[in-house]
Design a protein around this ligand. Structure first.
Ligand code: CP
Length: 342
């Protein structure tokens, strides 16, 4: 696809070559994310970070990514802090904000809302998550992390064996990730969820139509054998019709060190889009796994900055200019010392 000046709304926009392009630009962003070098390539540019639903990672890492490229960030963090509460339409909001910005990142609780907003915007819009529908940048950073983790084992994304665990019905990160996996060859997928929270049929069908092997499980221990990656998700309780309904599924599947050691191969990578639900009743990914070297959740979050820098650089057409605006960092930063661990 042509990234320059275009919206990023769905992973369905990408061919495998587009994903490769994003990943190769993300690789080039590493010295900047690690504070080994500074670039001011986006000096003067403004991103509007419009988050009409709670977020920590996506909002802050898109903002950090833009800052690391030298640009400035404007934010709205709640619906109630915006004029949407006064009845302003997405159309009017988009027309106004695109007059103030060079690119917009938006998260909204309704499926399709970011696309509706983008249709009225005069600058590129990046989908930061629209209801249960899609979360393209999360899926890209997840896939980038999988590529890195498998590369350390001399493997590639083709022939990947992965278990996706938890609320697969409402989990938008899983939906986007499955669509991206359709770009690869011979993937074996174990979907592990309660029967009521199975992956939507159209996504399962799409995977099968690409020749992938899909198996459904309703018990955690039954599906976590023989995979390269465990991708755990929390119950998306904010999407359920009621709290009582959501509470039925809280804590049904809990991966901990004991279950992992008993049922998984020694180098099985553990991933989660985060946030994980650490409340006592939930704990889908137990903190007793925190010292397990195969726990990749914080490598995922670090990689999110690289991937989001790449998206901005591609959409705003500065990939080839980044290094021309670079200089070494002169101030102290612990990040440089940690670079090799990232
Ligand atoms: N993974 C993710 O979207 O996290 P946030 O909700 O904190 O942005």
């Amino acid at each position: 696809m042509d990234f320059v000046g275009n919206h990023i709304l769905s992973v369905g926009q990408f061919q495998r070559s587009d994903v490769n392009r994003i990943f190769s630009v993300a690789d080039r962003m590493r010295p900047y994310a690690m504070r080994k070098r500074i670039t001011r390539v986006l000096e003067g540019a403004i991103v509007s970070n419009m988050f009409f639903e709670p977020s920590t990672r996506t909002r802050v890492s898109f903002g950090s990514a833009f800052n690391l490229l030298g640009g400035e960030v404007r934010e709205t963090t709640e619906v109630k802090a915006s004029s949407l509460t006064k009845g302003e339409s997405l159309y009017d909001t988009a027309r106004v904000l695109s007059g103030y910005s060079d690119v917009i990142v938006m998260r909204h609780p309704e499926a399709g809302s970011v696309a509706e907003f983008a249709a009225a915007s005069r600058v590129p819009v990046i989908n930061g998550g629209d209801g249960p529908n899609e979360h393209p940048s999360q899926a890209l950073l997840d896939l980038y992390t999988m590529r890195e983790e498998l590369r350390a084992q001399d493997r590639s994304l083709d022939h990947l064996r992965i278990a996706l665990i938890g609320d697969l019905r409402y989990g938008r990160a899983v939906h986007s990730l499955c669509k991206l996996l359709c770009l690869y060859d011979d993937i074996h997928i174990h979907f592990i969820s309660p029967p009521e929270l199975e992956i939507p049929e159209e996504i399962s069908l799409q995977l099968r139509n690409h020749g992938h092997q899909v198996t459904q499980f309703h018990r955690l221990e039954a599906g976590i054998h023989g995979v390269d990656i465990l991708y755990v998700t929390r119950t998306q309780e904010e999407r359920f019709p009621s709290q009582d309904e959501a509470d039925k599924y809280r804590g049904l599947f809990r991966l901990n060190e004991s279950i992992y050691t008993q049922h998984c191969e020694p180098n099985t990578v553990i991933m989660h889009p985060l946030p994980r639900d650490s409340r006592a009743q939930a704990q889908e990914l137990d903190e007793d796994l925190n010292q397990n070297p195969n726990l990749a959740i914080f490598r995922q979050t670090d990689n999110g900055v690289l991937v989001r820098m790449a998206l901005f650089a591609l959409v705003l057409n500065v990939v080839e200019e980044v290094d021309n605006h670079a200089k070494p960092v002169t101030w102290f930063t612990a990040k440089r010392n940690l670079a090799e661990k990232m």
